[in-house]
Every structure is written in C-alpha cells, then in structure tokens.
Design a binder for this molecule. Structure first.
Ligand SMILES: [Zn+2]
Length: 379
C-alpha cells in the first residue's frame, strides 16, 4: 500500500477561535489585506480589529477580480492575506495570495482554459476564516475561478496555495439563513461522499470521510430548521473541514464534474448545483458499477454511506440514495431548471463535465448517455 496525504495548514477549530485572528495575523506580516464578502454584519468587529486594507468581493471570483486584488496588494504593499467569508471569498483570497507572488496573471496558471503553468513561488501567507460550513476551502490547495468568456469554472491549483492557517469558528455560522445552510451543508456532504468513493481514495481519507459523514445526518436538518443550534453548527463546521481535507487528498467525482460547467454557465450557488445533482450522481455511479464492474470496491462504500446516513445497519445503497433525495426535498433544494438550465443545454454540459478535473476521480468513467441521464433527473 502507498498513499500520500498532505496538508501544511495549521487548523484551529472551536467556538471563539476567531478572537485570536488579529494576533495570528501579526505573526505573518505587518500590512494585512482582508478579503470579505457582501454580508459583513456578522464579522464587522473582526474585520475592524484587523485595521487592514480591505478588498470586498461580491459573487464568485473571476479572473478579472483576482487581477484587481493583486494590483491592490501590490499598491498597498500588503504582506499577508486574510479571507473572512464563504467559499468564494476564501478562494478569492487564496488566488490573490498566490498570484501576488507569481506574476499576477491567473490565465498563465489556470487549468483547462489557461496555459496551466506550474506555480513555483510560495504564495503570500494566507489565513482563511470561513463563515459558512460547506466548501472546506480553508484547507484545500485550489481556488475555483470563473472565466466568463469560457463559460466554465476552473481551478488554480498548487500545494504552494495551501492556507497557512484555517481558523474555523462555528460561532461565525450562527444565524446563517436556511437556504445558505442547506446549499453549503449539502456541498459538505457531497465533498465527504465523493472522496470516499473516489478512484484516488486512501485509508487516511477514508477515516476522515466516515467520521465527517457521521456528523451530517442529525446536524444538517437541525441547523436548517434552527439556525442558532450550537451543536448542529459545530457538527456542520466539522463536516465541512473534514470534506476539505478529504477532497484535497482524494479528489471528487461526477457531481463536482457537473458543478464546473453548471457554475460557469449559470448564476447559481455552487452548493445548490451540487445538491441538485447529488442523489442522481450517486445513483448513476451505482448503476454503472453494477452493470460494468460488479466487483468494484466503491459499491461497498456506497453501502457504508447508506448505513452512516440512515443509521440502519441493514440499509441498502438505494436506501442511502433515497435518504439523500428526501433530505434535498426537506431542505427545499431547487431543480436545475429553476436556475435557467434547459433540456437543450444538457449535451453541452455533459461534454464539458466529462473533461473537468473532478470527473477524473469518479470511481469509474461514465458514458455520455449516463451523464445525460443524471442531468435529466436533476433538471
Ligand atoms: Zn463543492
């Protein structure tokens, strides 16, 4: 057996952890820049205490936004980058920190739509403070960037982009609105399921996934219906963190394979797209393995997922898929159609999804027809 598991991120987890941010930042530099999202009521005290240059981000990061952030870092002479926000804000800060020391042009380094050059210089020190529980981006080595002209989202990726510190304080997620709780929470669940069945799964990632999945069933419903439930928020913050560690070391799969072109072409939150596709992607993988690879080890993993989610030792793979489908219904996950996706778009989406980086870790390759079936079910 041989596997690799890398993280260079110092993880600080717990209620009140964010209070240490200003002191932590001073250990890395004297001129911080803080990247924030649109909704900053919950974090304004934290931002003010930093007395830092600010870079507000609305929406998901694009190539242009990263260029602009790099210009601001250089103009102000910033030496440490801090993101306080959801996945988009963390990805923006992570990309800005990396591009600031690597020439400033994202298209040089972006995979698929760019030149895919390797990042060679260490990023500026970067501290990630998540305010949602979903993406796990605080411990991953990639930043998802939209390139509107190509209609797709792709990653800047390098071990040199790992955040130096992930400051995960569940209190920052208290009171998040139900829809954001649902979308981000289902993204976290997807990011625990896909690495667990991934073709690159390994034993250390397995342990993280199983423990992470265990946190979701009770917590996500409670966090959705009662946004101030402290135990539920803590469990979801943990699930999100574990999902990030897992995906960074074992990759993802078909659901995130679709999230790349869907997120690039339609204005919809990443987690909402993953949630809409998740039960159908699981069903397609199980069907395909039963038909073409009945001995595939990931089949038993889908059965284990079903047992973890339902809490029943005799649960079948179908029970697990049905459980996810029922959860999506209870959490009011909209179908793809409600984001403007139509039947005519499906072949193009399937085409782009099949070459996305996430799809390469799916337990087995799916045919174009199988991909279309997933999309039709999610439509
Ligand atoms: Zn995701």
């Amino acid at each position: 057996m041989r596997f690799e598991f890398a993280t260079a991120t110092r993880i600080i987890f717990g209620e009140g952890a964010a209070a240490t941010l200003a002191d932590l930042a001073r250990t890395f530099g004297v001129r911080p820049i803080v990247v924030t999202g649109a909704a900053i009521e919950r974090t304004s005290a934290l931002v003010t205490a930093l007395q830092a240059e600010r870079f507000p981000v609305t929406g998901e990061p694009t190539v242009d936004l990263i260029r602009e952030g790099v210009r601001q870092v250089q103009k102000a002479g910033c030496d440490v980058v801090i993101s306080i926000g959801g996945g988009s804000v963390i990805d923006a800060g992570k990309a800005i920190a990396a591009m600031a020391t690597n020439g400033g042009e994202p298209l040089e380094f972006l995979e698929i739509v760019g030149r895919g050059r390797t990042i060679t210089s260490p990023a500026l020190p970067f501290i990630a403070v998540p305010t949602t529980a979903g993406t796990g981006s605080e411990v991953t080595r990639n930043a998802v960037i939209g390139s509107p002209e190509h209609g797709v989202k792709v990653s800047l990726r390098s071990p040199l982009m790992l955040p130096r510190v992930a400051l995960v304080d569940p209190e920052l997620t208290y009171g998040l609105p139900p829809a954001i709780t649902a979308f981000t929470g289902l993204d976290a669940l997807t990011q625990l399921i896909e690495p667990y069945v991934s073709s690159r799964a390994n034993t250390l990632v397995d342990a993280i996934c199983v423990e992470g999945i265990r946190h979701v069933p009770g917590a996500l419903r409670r966090a959705y219906h009662d946004g101030n439930n402290q135990d539920a928020r803590r469990d979801m913050a943990m699930a999100s963190l574990f999902g990030g560690l897992a995906l960074a070391n074992a990759g993802l799969g078909v659901v995130h394979g679709f999230a790349a072109p869907l997120g690039g072409g339609w204005m919809a939150p990443h987690g909402a797209l993953c949630a809409a596709v998740l039960p159908h992607g699981m069903a397609a993988n199980v069907r395909a393995m039963r038909a073409r690879a009945p001995q595939h080890p990931a089949l038993e993993r889908y059965a284990e997922i079903a047992r973890l989610l339902t809490g029943r030792s005799e649960a079948s793979m179908e029970d697990g898929i049905d459980w996810v489908r029922a959860l999506c219904a209870e959490l009011n996950v909209p179908a793809l159609r409600s984001w403007g996706v139509s039947e005519a778009d499906l072949p193009g989406i399937a085409e782009k999804a099949s070459i996305s980086s996430s799809m390469q870790a799916n337990p087995l390759p799916l045919t174009h027809e199988e991909l279309i079936i997933v999309l039709q079910a999610a439509l």
